[in-house]
Design a protein around this ligand. Sequence first.
Ligand SMILES: [Zn+2]
Length: 191
Amino acid sequence: MVKKKIEANKKATIKKKGRPKKKVRAKKREETKFIGKVTKIRQKEPAIVIEWPRSLTHVHTYGMLSPFFEGLRKGELRATLCPNKNCPEKRLWIPPRAHCPDCHTEMTWKPLANPVIGKIYTFTEVVYAGTGIELSTPYWQVDVEIPGLATIPKSYLLHGMPTIGMKVKAEFRTKNPTNTVLDYYWVPYKE
Ligand SMILES: [Zn+2]
């Protein structure tokens, strides 16, 4: 205890020398308050269940698929292609693949020339979207055949009524992009 007191005195001396003397008064503390939002009781029996909303930031990397999202920002649909000459799969992939699903070679990138015209392979109306879907409902989810692709990517029709075989054109949300796959969509195409 004595030693502590001496140390405290030393500190006080240093303070006196270095800075002008200033009286610090502790603010009068107010009563501690609850600043949260009151939870809702969902059920009381057989045990209490409360609804306690929580939000979180999900940090996610696009990794080797980053060029696809860079492309969307520029109004470009970029596919991947296997560079292995001996690979049986010569077609393009969208959604892109970092490695060839057939021979595991690292893929190369190939942007599709605009306008990208596809054909609706199938469609469904989304009325009750799952949690986290960031599109207003109801909306048309469309699977679109694109020439030269090994895949039939899923996206959405911005407006209009889909029919099987209908021609559609890819458009991009380059203004205020979401930086997700929602940044490309289809619109009816008339030749
Ligand atoms: Zn391959």
